[in-house]
Design a protein around this ligand. Structure first.
Ligand code: GDP
Length: 468
């Protein structure tokens, strides 16, 4: 298909959601205002809510059906697989140099002082810089806070031939190209910053990725996770057994409720009802397309009460997920060998879901969303975040381009001219996003549908096709 066809198809789906977010939120405001002044308006407004939601679902269903009947579904599957195979074979080649003694290496330590999701993102960042500088990544993981014996007991080693961090010459980043072994600090303190950091994707893949995927950087991150998280036999067997025992079935929505130490420090509290409203909407939508036996979720949390409460509160739902797993996530026992299986299982189940409901402020859910891209040609739209839009910790500026002009209608709104660059701060999920107009330096709200994402691509090495 023509790249513009794919871009417009995805844009229509996204903007139907934005349109409804806008109408829905404005109606809620109106309802608050008329409650005492004109209570007779409450019912007519409810009718608009109701039929409006049906209208939206019908539109979404039609645009999704279009992607099934336009004749390109097979191409999308194949193109997505081809791209993944290409990238995976490049990783394999980079990680298994023919002569490790002379190979250029990049060394990272897994033990960043943070959670499992945060540590995975740390390794992905190291791997990206390794790929960008054509250096074999060596991961130091002995004494890992989630598994003392190290990464290689849980996941396959990231190299079969080249695992030693030693070499002729050693220096800290940035060093020089001739230094054999470079050590990389965490992303928060890297200086100078290489061009290979998110949200950049490789220029040689950008045209294909922009055509196949709604958010290429998420796909790109997902590819690194695909390589890194190849399980050891024991891990694979544990996952398989857990999946069989819980009676995993589709359709299923993955729900992640991050609580305990995160709430009030790095994120706001969201009640389970808020998550379940989004889940309900997913199933109301799905009903237009297919019959299914049950409304089902996989529920993960670091607070066991969330899982117990949800099972009581939503008896009409089939709820997979185990309060005992959540218990292992308690802050006091979190960084231990015994909690690792729990978080691996939860992230795996969330990523295997048909749709994700969570807070993107949590790295647990962002990792699940990234891995999810490995199971669909394009799962960019298969989520509802109750707070942040997608981001990568330590990323470079996230910019959007105005495609429609906007004249501020009230205080706090931005003026836009077509072509303006907007530095994105977030989506208020009410039809408006927040950002800075880089032409005027004005900060404020703008209608989300009046911009498009700017995909950042930079020159990475273009690996020649491996011959094996
Ligand atoms: P963030 O703090 O939510 O951004 O994510 P991190 O992964 O960096 O740190 C949170 C840690 O808390 C995780 O790595 C887990 O150890 C634990 N945790 C949080 N949510 C869950 C969950 O749903 N299930 C399990 N098993 N552990 C969780």
């Amino acid at each position: 298909p023509n790249i513009q066809y794919e871009i417009y198809r995805r844009r229509i789906e996204m903007n139907i959601q934005e349109f409804w977010s806008y109408i829905h939120s404005e109606l809620l405001n109106l309802q608050q205002q008329v409650k005492y002044l004109a209570p007779e308006l409450i019912n007519p407004i409810n009718q608009v809510f109701n039929l409006g939601a049906q209208h939206k679902r019908s539109l979404i269903n039609d645009i999704q059906t279009l992607a099934e009947v336009d004749g390109y579904a097979t191409w999308r599957e194949k193109e997505s697989n081809d791209l993944s195979n290409l990238v995976q074979s490049r990783f394999k080649k980079l990680q298994n140099p023919s002569d490790c003694k002379s190979a250029k290496k990049l060394v990272c330590s897994l033990n960043k002082g943070c959670g499992y999701g945060c540590q995975l993102h740390h390794v992905v960042y190291c791997f990206m810089v390794a790929y960008g500088t054509e250096r074999t990544l060596v991961l130091k993981s002995k004494g890992w806070r989630y598994h003392k014996a190290g990464w290689e007991e849980v996941f396959q080693p990231i190299s079969e031939t080249c695992t030693s961090a030693t070499g002729e010459t050693t220096k800290n980043w940035p060093g020089t190209p001739d230094i054999q072994v470079l050590t990389l600090p965490i992303i928060d303190s890297i200086s100078p910053r290489p061009p290979f950091l998110p949200l950049a994707i490789p220029e040689d893949l950008a045209p294909r990725l922009s055509r196949i995927h709604g958010d290429p950087i998420v796909w790109w991150v997902g590819q690194f996770l695909k390589y890194l998280l190849r399980p050891q036999e024991k891990t694979a067997a544990f996952l398989q057994e857990a999946i069989t025992n819980m009676g995993f079935k589709r359709p299923i929505v993955g729900v992640h409720v991050r609580r305990t130490d995160k709430v009030g420090t790095e994120a706001s509290y969201h009640g389970i009802e808020e998550y379940m409203t989004a889940v309900d909407e997913y199933y109301n939508q799905l009903e237009l397309k297919q019959k299914f036996d049950k409304r089902r979720i996989y529920l993960a949390s670091d607070d066991p009460k969330v899982i117990v409460d949800a099972k009581n509160k939503y008896p009409n739902y089939e709820i997979l997920g185990d309060a005992d797993v959540a218990k292992t996530a308690a802050v006091s026992s979190r960084y231990s060998d015994s909690s690792l299986n729990g978080i691996i299982l939860d992230i795996h189940m969330l990523s295997m879901s048909d749709y994700l409901v969570c807070t993107f402020s949590s790295q647990v859910c962002r990792v699940a969303y990234e891995i999810m891209q490995n199971f669909f040609p394009d799962a960019a739209n298969k989520f509802k975040s109750l707070d942040d839009i997608y981001y990568y910790g330590g990323q470079n500026a996230h910019n959007r381009v105005a495609v429609l002009p906007h004249e501020s209608q009230k205080n706090g709104e931005l003026n836009l001219q077509v072509g303006d660059l907007i530095g994105v701060a977030g989506n208020h999920w009410n039809g408006f996003s927040k950002g800075r107009n880089l032409r005027t330096q004005q900060v404020g709200l703008y209608p989300s549908f009046k911009v498009k994402d700017k995909v950042e691509s930079v020159k990475f090495p273009t690996y020649q096709e491996p011959s094996d």
